[in-house]
Design a protein around this ligand. Structure first.
Ligand code: DAH
Length: 342
């Protein structure tokens, strides 16, 4: 075959192969096969030795010109491929700015913590300091300093989980009274929110883990009227105007006198309904004047100082506040329930 024909044949094959080359690698393969060191055009150049010396220069020139043209063709195809790739990328990576965004799912504050935060804010507004303490507590603080000695019947109502003979999961936030009095000097005004434990079976109104908020004020001339005023302010703040308190005599070893505190039923505002069993009142917390014995055990001179204390169950507040009928809902972590408290 004449050199010219061979070149023209090579060109035809190159063109058709290049047209179907879909990416850079395929194109590079063609270049190597046709124009590379071991490629067809180079082979032609080597075969020039078989021609007569007269024919060689012209043939050589033809081959060199062909190499230049073919290289140009490859470059052009390469640019085309690049443009195609770019167009495809632009198409596949298009962002539809009109599509609604996928928002991250945002949780909600747990109802217990909602009331806790509200109560903390209420008491802080009255000058109380917030104290938190251990849930794994010494028997000494949980019972002894609260005037509940070993074998005292009051321990029956507060059976709990024992780590050992001297360490318990606290049954109430009251041990924080002792911790507050032992760590600061009067005037003392603290509230202590937190988790507490009892060996109770789970049902609609009981849980072995629940929450309380303790309140303690120790100063000169503190009396029962101060407790009443403080709790009345609390009741109005949390449940609204017109909600007040009713004190009923009660017994707690760590207060003397002690009182059970009812709030006006926020459902019927005192008229009487199913929730308050027709009485117009709902029992919500316990309180009283700190027993002088407790003051003394905690290093406070009861002839100079007096104090009041109260303990509020947060589950009860939350359940009344939001009309929750079953306490278990508060612990199950069901987002359909929790999502309602946004
Ligand atoms: N600690 C008591 C309980 O868990 C509640 C309580 C009653 C706390 C009277 C007080 C108080 O501070 O004065 O049942």
């Amino acid at each position: 075959m004449e050199i010219k024909e061979m070149i023209s044949d090579l060109r035809t094959r190159m063109q058709s192969e290049m047209a179907s080359a879909e990416n850079k690698q395929a194109l590079e393969d063609i270049r190597v096969r046709m124009l590379g060191k071991k490629g067809e055009l180079t082979a032609m150049l080597r075969s020039l030795g078989q021609l007569s010396p007269e024919e060689r220069p012209a043939a050589g020139q033809l081959i060199n010109e062909a190499r230049e043209r073919f290289t140009g063709m490859i470059e052009q195809r390469s640019a085309e491929l690049k443009a195609l790739e770019r167009a495809a990328a632009l198409k596949s990576e298009t962002i539809d700015v009109t599509q609604p965004a996928q928002m991250p799912e945002i949780g909600s504050k747990h109802p217990i913590h909602r009331v806790m935060d509200e109560m903390v804010e209420c008491f802080m507004g009255m000058g109380f300091e917030v104290l938190e303490g251990p849930e794994v507590e010494l028997d000494h603080y949980n019972f002894e300093l609260m005037n509940i000695p070993k074998n005292h019947p009051a321990r029956d109502a507060q059976d709990t989980f024992y780590v050992d003979d001297n360490i318990v999961l606290r049954t109430h936030t009251s041990p924080m009274q002792a911790r507050a009095m032992l760590s600061r000097k009067p005037p003392i005004r603290v509230i202590c929110p937190g988790r507490v434990y009892r060996a109770d079976e789970v049902d609609a109104t009981h849980s072995p883990v629940f929450h309380q908020m303790e309140g303690l004020v120790v100063d000169k001339d503190v009396n029962m009227a101060d407790l009443r005023g403080t709790l009345n302010a609390f009741a109005e703040k949390i449940y609204g105007k017109g909600i007040t308190t009713r004190f009923r005599p009660s017994f707690f070893p760590f207060t003397e006198p002690s009182t059970e505190v009812d709030l006006t039923c926020s459902n019927c505002h005192g008229a009487g309904c199913r929730i308050c069993k027709g009485t117009g009142w709902i029992e919500v917390l316990g309180g009283g004047m700190v027993n002088p014995k407790v003051l003394e055990m905690c290093g406070i001179d009861s002839s100079v100082y007096s104090g009041f204390a109260f303990g509020i169950g947060l589950e009860r507040i939350a359940m009344l506040r939001y009309g929750i009928k079953d306490m278990r809902l508060l612990y199950e972590g069901d987002v359909r329930f929790l999502g309602q408290f946004r």
